[in-house]
Design a protein around this ligand. Structure first.
Ligand SMILES: [Zn+2]
Length: 437
């Protein structure tokens, strides 16, 4: 069956905006983009009104289940080592499912159609993606040292997650997800790298994220985490490396020369006082992606906001490596998606592309007047302008309403989980004492 959507504009990619077109969808993919007059006689049309159809935003680094610690990561306590790892030992798969559903609601209503999520209980995250309709690139977090969940069984779970989901479902794309260089030993990282290569899927890791990680790797291996990653053969075009913001001389050159894809999480980096040096990477002609990271650092999953922040922070460092709104739009949509799928030219709102798109309401006062549509989307729009969300050819939000999701129920259930988690972890008392304020 073909579905026909009519819109005022179709944004194919950062360089191409088409006017008054109909996009045709078959089996989760865009089959054609045509003029209305060329439609077959008697075809049904869904008229989306005065909107622009835009490729959905792709979040290249998230932990949607970590809505659990929203607002708690901004005191003196370490967001990762104290706040997150304080709560996580008490999680169950069902908890992760319910918390992830809440995080995903925020993703969807702010225009994100794919997440690259790194978390424990990946089966729970996958169930949340399937039930909410978002596309999930999902890795089961594997740690061998420290942290809430460690041990050989985590690697077994990660591999069986990939086996269960690879090619079994259109919405779920499994990846391998060692936690970080200081929390996952080199032998395990290498096993995961080989497994990823055998299955032609990416590896998603935190790399050089904290001073703790940097100092630990220096002390134990004599080099920086990025040089350590190079020495063990981890760097490469299938590596999605979140953060890379605590670095020394030569580290970013290695990312550039190995074609590794570092992920800039602008809000988390700015709040933590250490940015990924995107300017350095650009001057080396290296690519980087954009992600939101999670609560504890950034406290929402809004990729429109994050894309704009990436532009602001990059350009605030000087104009030699200035980016335009169109550059960051391209990164946050097509480039992120294609790096996650390890494929090119499959995300451009043209024939053969994935039918993952949002619409931007052009009647909004925030976006008018429009001289340059993409510039306005990046610099003037917000989640308030995201009117419709279609993923894999299926409507998830239509005219600002979730189609199949009960928002109140999802919020209620996540809060029920949290009531239990906060008591078990003793966080209820600590929050009431003001320890995290
Ligand atoms: Zn992270």
């Amino acid at each position: 069956m073909t579905i026909n959507y009519k819109a005022k504009y179709v944004v194919s990619n950062s360089q191409t905006v088409l006017k008054d077109k109909v996009i045709q969808i078959q089996e989760g993919k865009i089959s054609d983009v045509i003029d209305e007059k060329d439609l077959e006689k008697g075809s049904q049309i869904e008229d989306l009104g005065n909107v622009a159809i835009v490729p959905g935003f792709v979040n290249a680094h998230s932990h949607v289940g970590l809505v659990s610690v929203k607002g708690l990561g901004h005191s003196q306590a370490s967001a990762l080592y104290d706040v997150m790892w304080g709560i996580e030992p008490h999680l169950t798969e069902d908890d992760v499912y319910k918390l992830s559903c809440l995080g995903i609601l925020d993703c969807l209503s702010s225009g994100t159609t794919s997440i690259n999520d790194h978390y424990f209980f990946s089966e729970g995250v996958a169930k949340a993606c399937l039930d909410t309709g978002i596309r999930g690139f999902i890795g089961h977090t594997v740690m061998t040292e420290y942290g809430p969940w460690t041990g050989e069984d985590q690697l077994i779970m990660a591999e069986s997650f990939v086996k269960n989901f690879i090619k079994s479902n259109d919405l779920i794309h499994p990846v391998m997800a060692p936690h970080a260089t200081d929390t996952t030993n080199p032998e395990t990282i290498l096993k995961m790298k080989n497994f990823a290569e055998d299955n032609n899927i990416p590896i998603h890791i935190h790399l050089s994220q904290t001073k703790v990680e940097f100092d630990y790797i220096k002390e134990n291996f004599g080099v920086s985490p990025i040089k350590h990653a190079q020495e063990i053969g981890l760097l490469g075009s299938n590596l999605i490396a979140a953060h890379c913001n605590v670095v020394e001389e030569g580290d970013l050159d290695l990312l550039a020369s190995s074609n590794t894809y570092p992920i800039f999480c602008p809000s988390t980096h700015a709040l933590g006082g250490k940015l990924l040096d995107t300017n350095n990477l650009l001057s080396n002609n290296a690519n980087w992606g954009i992600g939101t990271d999670c609560s504890g650092g950034n406290d929402d999953y809004d990729m429109i906001e994050e894309t704009r922040t990436a532009l602001l922070l990059n350009n605030s460092k000087g104009l030699e490596t200035k980016l335009t709104p169109k550059n960051v739009f391209e990164i946050a949509t097509k480039q992120n998606f294609e790096k996650l799928t390890l494929q090119n030219d499959i995300y451009n709102m043209e024939s053969g592309s994935y039918a993952d798109f949002i619409t931007i309401n052009l009647d909004s006062e925030k976006i008018q007047p429009i001289h340059d549509l993409i510039n306005n989307i990046v610099l003037s729009s917000s989640s308030k302008e995201v009117k419709d969300v279609v993923i894999n050819g299926k409507e998830v939000i239509r005219n600002y309403e979730f189609i199949d999701l009960d928002k109140e129920k999802i919020i209620y259930e996540a809060n029920q989980v949290l009531d239990k988690l906060l008591i078990k972890s003793n966080f209820k008392e600590r929050i009431e004492k003001g320890e995290f304020s």
